[in-house]
Design a protein around this ligand. Structure first.
Ligand SMILES: [Zn+2]
Length: 337
């Protein structure tokens, strides 16, 4: 039995037809975890659908109404890059509710994992890049609304920048500036990447992503790490470590929302980084250890993963659960005592 819960529903499946986004990956993750004895049935809890009111903590009423009524324009639908249907909207509402449930469990157990979610390209007034509802932001705002947390941090490790999340939490004024003292040479870190920071208020956003990739317009996160093409395990882990340490020096979150994208993998069809499967597991461990050492609860969502072989994407997502089990089995955190 795992020392935390996995949030999953068979209704996470998105009926989007033949697509590079394999919507059956959520089910395959659950099956693999059970088959290999990494989890048992009692580790899984069911999500509930997010309510309209919860979704509107992040998204505009106009946009939410368009989703519920099916009145998106052709252009809006095109931007989403997945076909619209009422069933797809229902699935996204469930993923968002699942992230809320994962956040609730995180606050109780130290960590909670949504076997879904991570739709970080959804903006307040529109969706894009396979993302309709920003479940990460909805879960954070729902916890803040209940008054159970004040400050949160997003740690987005998908290969694509978390543009929707950055925009949602940016506020009106957000001018990023490059800190020359963080040059690669000064940090002893690998050359080639650029780290920039901007102001933060109640949510501090960190995004570690490939610079030369979608989205081409990248709204500033609190910390953006723009990685060069082909970045490998050691460089990646060095930059992630720098960004995490820097973020946690500047800001004390009461919840971390970790976006564990599987698409920095070297075999990903939509990614241009060069991480190995083991490097991705080390990435997960790094985030979990940083949070665990400081007793900060972590809510995990999955986000992208488009490996040529779906089994690779599924293995990477399963490794996130295994990495969490290794870190959280070792010793209970303050948050879970
Ligand atoms: Zn992605």
């Amino acid at each position: 039995m795992l020392p935390f819960k996995l949030v999953y529903s068979e209704k996470y499946f998105l009926p989007i037809g033949e697509h590079v986004f394999r919507a059956d990956k959520f089910r395959l993750v659950r099956e693999r975890l059970l088959q290999r004895g990494e989890a048992d049935e009692s580790d899984f809890v069911a999500p509930r659908a997010a309510t309209e009111a919860e979704v509107m903590l992040v998204h505009s009423p106009l946009y939410v109404n368009k989703l519920l009524e099916g009145s998106l324009s052709a252009r809006e639908e095109l931007e989403m890059e997945i076909p619209y249907s009422a069933q797809v909207v229902d699935a996204f509402m469930l993923h968002a509710g699942g992230s809320i449930v994962a956040a609730e469990h995180a606050l109780k157990d130290g960590i909670g994992i949504n076997i879904g979610g991570g739709f970080h390209h959804a903006f307040p007034d529109h969706g894009e890049g396979f993302c309709m509802i920003n479940d990460i932001a909805v879960a954070i705002r729902a916890m803040q609304k209940r008054g159970v947390i004040g400050r949160a941090m997003t740690v987005d490790c998908d290969v694509h920048q978390g543009n929707g999340t950055a925009a949602i939490f940016a506020g009106a004024v957000h001018i990023p500036n490059t800190l020359p003292s963080w040059s690669a040479a000064a940090l002893g870190a690998p050359q080639g990447a650029v780290m920039t920071t901007g102001p933060s208020k109640d949510v501090f956003t960190i995004s570690v992503h490939q610079e030369n990739n979608y989205p081409y317009m990248k709204p500033a996160s609190s910390i953006d790490v723009n990685l060069p093409d082909g970045c490998g395990d050691m460089e990646y882990l060095g930059w992630l470590d720098n960004a995490l340490s820097s973020g946690l020096r500047q800001f004390e979150p009461e919840l971390i929302a970790y976006v564990a994208g599987a698409d920095p993998f070297r075999e990903d069809q939509l990614g241009g980084l060069n991480l190995s499967m083991d490097g991705l597991k080390q990435r997960d461990e790094l985030v979990f250890r940083a949070a665990h050492a400081r007793s900060i609860p972590v809510m995990v969502t999955y986000a992208g993963g488009y490996a040529r072989e779906v089994a690779d994407t599924v293995a990477i997502h399963c490794n996130t659960v295994i990495a969490a089990a290794e870190v959280y089995r070792a010793a209970p955190s303050e948050a879970s005592r």
